[in-house]
Design a protein around this ligand. Sequence first.
Ligand SMILES: Nc1nc2c(ncn2[C@@H]2O[C@H](COP(=O)(O)OP(=O)(O)OP(=O)(O)O)[C@@H](O)[C@H]2O)c(=O)[nH]1
Ligand SMILES: [Mg+2]
Length: 263
Amino acid sequence: MGKSSKKLVDSAPPPEFVVVGLEFSGKTLLCRHLERSCQIANAKKKAATPPSLNATTVPSVGVELLDLSHRGRALPIREVGGCMQPLWPKYIAASAALIFVVDTSSAEGCSAAVTELLDVLRQTRGKRVLLFLNKRDASSALPEETVKLLFDLDALEAALAGRLSVVAGSALTGDGLTAVLDFCADCVVEMEEAEKEAKLAEEAAKVRAANREKEEAQTKRDMAAAEKAKAADEAAAAAAAGAIAAPSAEPPESSKKRGWGRK
Ligand SMILES: Nc1nc2c(ncn2[C@@H]2O[C@H](COP(=O)(O)OP(=O)(O)OP(=O)(O)O)[C@@H](O)[C@H]2O)c(=O)[nH]1
Ligand SMILES: [Mg+2]
């Protein structure tokens, strides 16, 4: 690989997380609070005053990309507005992992989200998914057991075999947000490890192919040498056979001296 193309691979953008969920589920507030949590962590390091949280939101029309970082990993997080639902598949397909936000403060919001989640899961194809059960702080929040039954969480977790993580919390109070950031950082670490393993497997395959080529070349050389030796043996054998089959017409020197054959 050339120097310039290596640089391109090294500077590939970090994997992106997409945040989807029905309108009013709390995606914007969640992203805003996640950003604040990261800022607080950085502010602590710099002994600066952390920013306050503005909990007033307006419906998102379009998408918004936030560049967060947690545990030393860059976490680009893209919120796709609930009104952009027809475009979710496009953003889900382009993402590395998905966060699905549910408003658990109302039975209607929660039930509608069940159908949407199943539809979204069909599009995730092996990607990690975080189900964020939001608004647990609300006085109207559905009991945890009801939410569990509504989403049939046990069956869902079993069906997704380790791909699904569930976090209950609040974008308003910040409850559960560290778990969301940990989920994202874990996903990045997993992807980095998978990439490393794929590179190692690629290197090993290259070495195996080179060894095979060397072995094949050596076998060819050995066969050519064996054929050459065989040809030389055959030539020598033929020469020897020729010498026996055609003796010299000249009488031996001894008979010449004794005058044999003379009148
Ligand atoms: N009590 C409470 N309210 C919340 C919570 N999260 C969001 N909200 C409120 O719910 C409303 C909708 O929140 P948004 O973050 O705008 O919802 P959204 O999912 O981004 O909505 P769209 O952009 O329209 O898709 C706002 O009034 C938020 O303040 C929460 O955890 N608890
Ligand atoms: Mg929004």
